[in-house]
Design a protein around this ligand. Structure first.
Ligand code: IPM
Ligand code: MN
Length: 369
C-alpha cells in the first residue's frame, strides 16, 4: 500500500518530534512492505514568518489532496503581537474546520513501564485506559458572536451547539465504545449551561440507538475530580470542545506526561489530522529533548484509522512499550529526585525515535524467526 501524507512539522518542538515519527514510519513501511510519500509543508508561526499567512494556500491544498495529515505542533511566543486571525492557533483551528474534523479522539492509557511516571499512587492509576472523544468543530472555540466589544473594554465568546453537531459527535463516542468496554460517560455543565442541557438531551436520544452501550452523564467539575481520584473507572468520555481541551491535559498528566498523548482528529471522510495533544513547547524547542512518543503514537493512529492497518499500528505501539520497558526515558518521563540527575539519565528526541524504529525492525525479525 502507498501512504500519501501531508506532513506539517509546525512550530517549536513540532519539527523535531515529526522527524522522529517519520523515521518510525519509514521503519514500519519497510518492515511491512509499504511505500509512502511525505509532502512537507509549513504551518503556524513558521509559515507566518515566511509568507505572512499561518495557513498558506499550498499547505491547505497539500492537506486536501493527501490521504491524511500528520501535524506536529503550532504556537510561538513571538506571535503575541500578531493579529489574532494570523496567529498559529488560528491556523490550526481553521485547518481542523477546513478538513471537516469534528471529532478528536485522545486515547489515554497507563503504559505498564510508566507506572512510576504518574503523579498518582500506583493503586489509583493502575488500569487506566480511556478515550476522550472531544467535539472539535463547534462550541466555545467557533461560535458567534465572538471578539472584543464596547471598544475593547469587554469581550465575548459564545458556546453554541446545534443538535446536529451533538448527534454526530455522540455517534463517534458510541461507535468507539462498541470497540471497547461499551461505556460512554458524557461530560457537560447541564446544571448551568443551556448548551449543555441540549447536549445531554441529544446524547440520551442517540444512546437509545446503542442499547448495548451504557450511557451516563457527569458534570465537568466532578469529572475533573474523578479523573484524579478514580481514573481507571472511565472508558469513553464524550465532551464539548473546551471541556475536552482542559480534561485531556489533566488525563495526560495522570498517566505520566503530556508527551505521550496522541490524537486523531477525524470527520466523515476517511482522512484526518493526526496530532499530539502537547503544544510547541517553545522553552525546549531546538534542544533535542522533547518526547517524540505522542507524535509517534499519532502516526500509529493514522495507520489504524486511515488505512485500517491494525498490525502496523500495533507494531508501533508495541515498539513504544518495548523501549519504555527497556528503560529509555525522555526527561519529561523522569519523576522525582534531582532534576539534573534525571536529565543526565534521559535520552533525547532523536535517540528515542531511533530506538522505536529499531524495535519495529527487530519485532519483525523475531516474528519471522
Ligand atoms: C490542543 C491545543 C489546541 C486546542 C490549541 C493549540 C489551539 O491546545 O490541541 O489541545 O486548544 O485545541
Ligand atoms: Mn490543548
Amino acid at each position: 500500500m502507498k501512504w500519501r501524507l501531508a506532513v506539517l512539522g509546525g512550530d517549536g518542538v513540532g519539527p523535531e518530534v515529526m522527524e522522529a515519527s517519520l523515521e518510525v514510519l519509514r521503519a514500519t513501511a519497510e518492515r511491512y512492505g509499504h511505500e509512502f510519500t511525505a509532502d512537507l509543508k509549513d504551518v503556524g508561526f513558521a509559515a507566518y514568518e515566511r509568507c505572512g499567512n499561518p495557513l498558506p494556500e499550498e499547505t491547505l491544498a497539500a492537506c486536501r489532496s493527501a490521504d491524511a495529515v500528520l501535524l506536529g505542533a503550532v504556537g510561538d511566543p513571538r506571535s503575541e503581537g500578531v493579529p489574532v486571525e494570523l496567529r498559529p492557533e488560528a491556523a490550526l483551528l481553521a485547518l481542523r474546520k477546513e478538513m471537516g474534523c469534528y471529532a478528536n479522539l485522545r486515547p489515554v492509557r497507563l503504559l505498564p513501564a510508566l507506572a512510576s511516571a504518574s503523579p498518582l499512587r500506583p493503586e489509583i492509576v493502575d488500569g487506566t485506559d480511556l478515550v476522550i472523544v472531544r467535539e472539535l468543530a463547534g462550541g466555545l472555540y467557533y461560535s458567534e458572536p465572538r471578539g472584543p466589544i464596547e471598544d475593547g473594554r469587554a469581550a465575548v465568546d459564545t458556546m453554541k451547539y446545534h443538535q446536529d453537531e451533538v448527534v454526530r459527535i455522540a455517534r463517534v463516542a458510541f461507535e468507539t465504545a462498541r470497540g471497547r468496554r461499551k461505556s460512554v460517560l458524557s461530560v457537560d455543565k447541564a446544571n448551568v449551561l443551556h448548551s449543555s442541557r441540549l447536549w445531554r438531551r441529544v446524547v440520551d436520544e442517540i444512546a437509545e440507538e446503542y442499547p448495548d452501550v451504557e450511557c451516563a452523564h457527569m458534570l465537568v467539575d466532578r469529572a475533573a475530580m474523578e479523573l484524579v481520584l478514580n481514573p481507571s473507572s472511565f472508558d469513553v468520555m464524550l465532551m464539548p470542545n473546551l471541556f475536552g481541551d482542559v480534561l485531556s491535559d489533566e488525563a495526560a498528566a495522570v498517566v505520566g506526561s503530556i508527551g505521550l498523548l496522541a490524537s486523531a482528529s477525524i470527520g466523515s471522510g476517511s482522512g484526518g489530522i493526526f496530532e499530539p495533544v502537547h503544544g510547541s513547547a517553545p522553552d525546549i524547542a531546538g534542544t533535542g529533548t522533547a518526547n517524540p512518543l505522542a507524535m509517534i503514537l499519532s502516526a500509529a493512529l493514522l495507520l489504524r484509522h486511515v488505512y485500517s492497518l491494525e498490525e502496523e499500528a500495533v507494531a508501533i505501539e508495541s515498539a513504544v512499550g518495548q523501549v519504555l520497558e527497556d528503560g529509555l526515558r525522555t526527561s519529561d518521563l523522569i519523576r522525582g529526585g534531582d532534576v539534573e540527575e534525571a536529565g543526565a539519565g534521559a535520552v533525547g528526541t532523536a535517540e528515542m525515535g531511533a530506538a522505536v524504529a529499531a524495535a519495529i525492525t527487530n519485532v519483525g525479525m523475531s516474528a519471522n524467526a
